[in-house]
Design a protein around this ligand. Sequence first.
Ligand code: THU
Length: 156
Amino acid sequence: MKGIALFNNLEDLDAESKYLVHKAKEATQLSYSPYSKFQVGAALLLEDGTLVLGANQENASYPLCMCAERVALYTASSQYPGKSVKKIAIVAHKKNHKELSSATACGACRQVMLEFEARQESAMEVIMLGSDQKWAKCSSADTLLPLSFDSSNLKE
Ligand code: THU
């Protein structure tokens, strides 16, 4: 399946995706977000079943803030080099709020996911909650960033 599948209920997703969403929710507790008060968690599953978590980390110098997705992805590539990322789930909520907010991976994170896919020569599934409160299951980061810039643009 290539593309994006939408689900009204989390319950309708496969067990692995639900598990990752659950772990991403837990990861929101690792968020350091005193400025935005927007707590984002990412959970990713490596090819061998290893789970890696990440949460957004902010800074008084705002442009230095780092998204949860990139924290998790760069942790994976530095702690488990050579292991492919099979799937990533992203979840967010406002501080002291239980209900989930939409968090659909910013363009920078999509670009980083794309480089991971090129490097590992396989797609990663991306699970996230869209603005319409529908869960989106994307078959690859490539689907999320058409006409993207990659290493082929740098060839002479
Ligand atoms: N953020 C993420 O961690 N992931 C996203 O996909 C979007 C935004 C973070 C960055 C910043 O700490 C806060 O959310 C508000 O933008």
